[in-house]
Design a protein around this ligand. Structure first.
Ligand SMILES: Nc1ncnc2c1ncn2[C@@H]1O[C@H](COP(=O)(O)OP(=O)(O)OP(=O)(O)O)[C@@H](O)[C@H]1O
Ligand SMILES: [Mg+2]
Length: 457
């Protein structure tokens, strides 16, 4: 591209200059010959050559003229008869060519034949008063010398053009190499980060383009690092949570084995504890499996059927009623209207159960849990309101994260893993719904869920 931009003007210049040179040289030569012929014409008149007189001076002049210009000179009289031809070929013949006729009208002509390389000039021979045309001098002169010098110039121009092309090539190669260098450095830096040799930031600020790319890559790196961190945290959380019940079981079993004679009562108590830990382990594994299934979100993992939502919610509450009763917590359902919607029964029940279970678990003695169900023409709304301990403001943004628990020691006592809300949120989102939380620490918490009545795949 840059090469074309450089070469095209050079070629145009070459054509124009050489053309100009040819035109000027021809014009100059024509004018010279015309001049010489006019002088000769005056001598012809003064010597009476046209009337048939011989003149050595004129003859010598004619020979000289044809020699200098390596051409042919003819003199034509008023009867169109050639009275002198320096080539001695056509004397006494009649010559009435277009240019001769034209010239007899009083004006000389000049014609250049570039193909055969000659100039033909006619000059009128006027009488002494410069009134009448008495004869015509016709000179045809070769332009070989012009063609020769043109050829020389053309060669020189070609050499120059080639030199310019060469210089341009070198300059283009050099400049493009220099211009591309920041991009090469940038790509090397990205490669280094990708292959893990370098974990730092990418900084290539020579051009605004490379600066922008660097910024975008850095932003991507930050996000990538976040994802990587959360993945690592997830794995370490999973291992930790799975290990805790196993450790407890081992401690219980070891202490049984260490004692020789274990009373049947103690044996039974320890076995009950071990069973509890197994149940705990089982719950964590099931929760994890639910989450993994939700991660692979696709329409075919959803088993959507049209369900009576009032009945579904009631069933969930019935199952949790004994736990609520244990802490003397009032658990009530308020249905504003019959609701039927397209949901995955399993996933939806899981969400409801987790929300209500939390409302009971993080409640106070003699507290309440109010569940309400309502709908409009597009969505149904589920609200779970409790009179519990509430969630501190700085924790509210994190409660849907996997393994997040507000008060780790307290939650441990109550027996949670921090997966319940992550599962509930995942289930709601799979229904194209939304879940929100409002909480007042010490007063209570309200979760609201909105799900479309018809499922959109
Ligand atoms: N209704 C609530 N009132 C107060 N705190 C809540 C309530 N619901 C959830 N939380 C807080 O959010 C944390 C996360 O809840 P989540 O249900 O995800 O985990 P969990 O109940 O601790 O364990 P899991 O449900 O897996 O058995 C809880 O540990 C608790 O601190
Ligand atoms: Mg929970």
């Amino acid at each position: 591209m840059a090469l074309a931009v450089g070469i095209i003007p050079c070629m145009i210049l070459r054509i124009v200059l050489l053309g100009n040179y040819e035109e000027r040289s021809v014009a100059e030569k024509s004018a010279q010959i015309q001049n010489q012929c006019t002088i000769l014409g005056n001598q012809l008149i003064s010597s009476g050559y046209l009337e048939g007189k011989t003149s050595e001076v004129v003859d010598a002049e004619l020979t000289q003229l044809s020699n200098i210009y390596s051409g042919r000179v003819m003199i034509v009289d008023g009867q169109f008869e050639i009275i002198k031809d320096t080539y001695d070929m056509d004397e006494r013949k009649i010559l009435a060519s277009q240019s001769i006729i034209e010239c007899f009208k009083g004006k000389g002509t000049s014609h250049y034949d570039g193909k055969n390389q000659y100039i033909e000039v006619t000059v009128p021979v006027m009488d002494q008063e410069a009134q009448n045309v008495l004869g015509v001098i016709l000179a045809s002169v070769s332009t070989d010398s012009i063609a020769d010098s043109l050829e020389v110039y053309r060669e020189k121009a070609n050499i120059m053009l080639m030199t310019i092309v060469l210089i341009l090539l070198i300059v283009v190669a050099f400049c493009s190499g220099k211009m591309m260098r920041p991009f090469h450095r940038l790509s090397d830096a990205i490669d280094a980060v990708t292959e893990g040799y370098d974990s730092g930031k990418i900084e290539e600020n020579q051009y605004s383009e490379t600066e922008k790319i660097s910024e975008s890559v850095n932003k991507m790196l930050v996000r990538w690092k976040k994802v990587d961190d959360s993945r690592q945290e997830f794995v370490s959380n999973v291992s930790h949570e799975l290990k805790t019940p196993l450790t407890s079981m081992k401690v219980l079993a070891d202490s049984l084995l260490a004692q020789g004679d274990v009373p049947a009562e103690l044996y039974k108590e320890f076995m009950e504890d071990i069973t509890e830990e197994i149940e705990r382990e089982d719950k964590i594994i099931n929760d994890l499996l639910s989450l993994v299934k939700m991660d692979k979100t696709s329409a075919n993992t959803m088993n959507v059927t049209s369900e009576n939502i009032n009945e579904l919610v009631e069933k969930c509450l019935k199952r949790l009623q004994p736990i609520a009763a244990k802490a003397n917590i009032e658990l009530v359902l308020e249905s504003f209207r019959p609701v039927s919607a397209e949901v995955d029964e399993m996933k939806f029940s899981q969400a409801v159960t987790n929300l209500v279970e939390n409302a009971i678990k993080y409640n106070k003695e003699n507290g309440f849990v109010h569940v309400s169900l309502n709908a409009d023409h597009k969505y149904f709304y589920l609200k779970v309101e409790d009179s519990g301990i509430g969630i501190p403001e700085d924790a509210i943004d994190h409660i849907f994260e996997r393994f997040y628990r507000v008060d780790k020691s307290h939650s441990r006592e109550i027996g949670g893993t921090g997966l319940g809300l992550a599962i509930a949120r995942g289930a709601v989102i799979m229904h194209r719904g939304a879940i929100k939380v409002y909480s007042e620490p010490g007063e209570g918490t309200t979760f609201t869920v909105r799900i479309p009545l018809t499922y959109v795949a």
